[in-house]
Design a protein around this ligand. Structure first.
Ligand SMILES: [Zn+2]
Length: 171
């Protein structure tokens, strides 16, 4: 699978979906300039506050996504760094708790952490609230009930999904 600095198409699209008000990907047919045959192509349309409108049509999906993603890369890098840190911390905590080495956090684990981080950041109020906050929201993973809590003491957000084995974290 082709990647751009470690980002897969899917990950770049996820970043675009987070950053843009509109992301539209269509399968279209364009006529090949040399042969005049209709060939399958992709059209990607994105609209973001920061970088305005992006629209391109091309046969290489990867190239389209990469071109649209490029200006958002610094943001994505920052998020990736946060996830790595979180992953490291989680591993350390688990290792400490169990007194044994915990295996590599797999891809699913990182995806889950991205969801946790996303939910926490979306719900968090800044600066920290004057009284503890508590609310039940829809879980972004299973659509079940996700209990959110923000501490008035340090502003940290924790969440616990009702579904066993689903999202659960503490900051
Ligand atoms: Zn859930």
């Amino acid at each position: 699978m082709p990647t751009y600095d470690g980002y897969t198409e899917r990950q770049m699209l996820d970043v675009l979906a987070q950053r843009c008000q509109v992301v539209k990907l269509e399968a279209v047919e364009i006529s090949d300039q040399r042969s005049d045959y209709l060939v399958r192509a992709w059209r990607l349309h994105c609209l973001s506050h920061e970088y305005g409108e992006f629209e391109q049509t091309g046969e290489s999906l990867f190239h389209l996504i990469y071109t649209a993603f490029k200006p958002h890369k610094p943001f994505a890098d920052e998020q990736r760094e946060k996830l790595r840190e979180l992953g490291k911390r989680l591993k350390q905590n688990l290792a400490a708790a169990k007194g044994e080495l915990v295996g590599e956090i797999n891809k699913t684990g990182l995806d889950c952490m991205a969801l946790c981080l996303g939910a926490a950041n979306k719900w968090r109020v800044l600066p920290k609230p004057e009284t503890d906050r508590h609310e039940v929201i829809e879980c972004p993973k299973c659509k079940g009930k996700l209990e959110m809590f923000q501490s008035s003491h340090n502003g940290h957000v924790s969440g616990q999904c009702e579904t066993e084995g689903c999202l659960s974290w503490m900051e």
